[in-house]
Write a protein that binds this ligand. Structure first.
Ligand code: PHE
Length: 335
């Protein structure tokens, strides 16, 4: 009976003390075993009470020990110490790459296979690299084609680049032909946000400079590219205007329903513009000290969002920037 009281009042200040307590009661040579072995010698009329008492003592001791053990464990876990490292872990959800990264990496892959390297430039640019060197002198009306975010306004020299063509200029300033490079990056335009356009988006610029580069090289490269990315597909080049290329064209991809069986891309109808391109204007080459009599080349620029929207059938460009986990989760890939 007195043992039951002792057990009830017991509190251990350390795990070691708790273990000593356990051994003294429940151990082989412990108090309980001692009582059990004495059981035989107890007079018959006392056996019932005695048995009851040792069973109660056993119960009390066991539950006391369990309780204290759990308390110690909790204390440790609060401190970040976890005892059982063999316990199965909790499942961790694996993230997925952003669709813009996936498509960007795909584009890089396609062009690296034909000898293009990857180059980058700053998002905060100066007037020279974003406009002037690209044959867009001050007050040239074509500057209004792209609504620019200026960082410095007096004079209007520092800005957020409106296209990745600025990287062309930097690359040609720092490298000599032959040049084969693509430049992915973020660009900024002061435009209203809608399902079709955003003030921040991504482009990939391509630049090829060598001796005797002609328009047919450009067209062949673009056909190779669209076929790699979209599967068997049909493109057309439509005459256009960019100050930094001459001649210039816009590339449309056929996005038709009638030819469903022939083309992998089947949603929507008709021709869809996917990029601008052209032969690098001789004035641009002169601006970066490349002799236009010796070298020629082509350039192109495409919007990554636009291509991702085609590939994944995404209807609203704003989805890319909302970080809605239900949207992002759908893009599982390791690329
Ligand atoms: N920079 C152009 C744009 O943003 C695209 C382009 C790049 C066109 C290179 C021709 C050559 O619209």
């Amino acid at each position: 009976k007195s043992h039951i009281e002792t057990v009830k009042n017991f509190n251990a200040s350390s795990e070691k003390e708790l273990e000593e307590f356990r051994i003294s009661y429940l151990g082989k040579k412990g108090i309980l075993n001692d009582f059990f072995s004495k059981f035989k010698t107890v007079p018959n009329e006392q056996k019932k009470d005695f048995g009851k008492a040792i069973n109660e003592l056993k119960q009390e001791a066991s539950s006391k020990i369990e309780g204290l053990k759990a308390a110690f464990k909790n204390q440790q876990e609060e401190k970040g110490i976890y005892g059982d490292l063999t316990k199965p872990g909790e499942q961790i959800e694996i993230g997925s790459r952003h669709p813009i990264s996936l498509v960007k990496n795909q584009i890089i892959e396609v062009f690296s296979n034909i000898g293009f390297n990857v180059s980058e430039g700053p998002e905060i640019e100066d007037d020279w690299h974003n406009f002037s060197a690209l044959n867009l002198p001050e007050y040239h009306p074509a500057r209004d084609m792209q609504d620019t975010f200026f960082i410095q306004t007096d004079p209007k020299d520092i800005l957020l680049r409106t296209h990745t063509s600025s990287v062309q200029v930097r690359y040609m300033e720092n490298n000599t032909p032959p040049i084969r490079t693509i430049s992915p990056g973020r660009v900024f335009r002061n435009e209203d946000i809608s399902s079709r356009s955003h003030c921040i988006f991504h482009q990939v610029e391509g630049l090829y400079i060598d001796k005797n580069v002609s328009f047919k090289d450009l067209k062949q490269t673009l056909m190779y590219f669209t076929e790699q990315l979209f599967g068997k597909s049909k493109i057309r080049l439509r005459p256009s205007y960019f100050p930094f290329t001459e001649p210039s064209a816009e590339v449309d991809i056929y996005w038709g329903l009638e030819t469903e069986t022939d083309y992998r891309i089947t949603k929507g109808t008709g021709w869809l513009e996917i990029m601008g391109c052209g032969m690098v204007d001789p004035n641009v080459l002169k601006n970066v000290n490349i002799d236009p009599n010796e070298y020629s080349g082509f350039a192109f620029g495409m919007g990554i969002e636009r291509i991702a929207m085609l590939l994944y059938q995404i209807e609203d460009i704003r989805m890319f920037y909302e970080n809605d986990i239900r949207f992002l989760k759908q893009f599982k890939s390791v690329l």
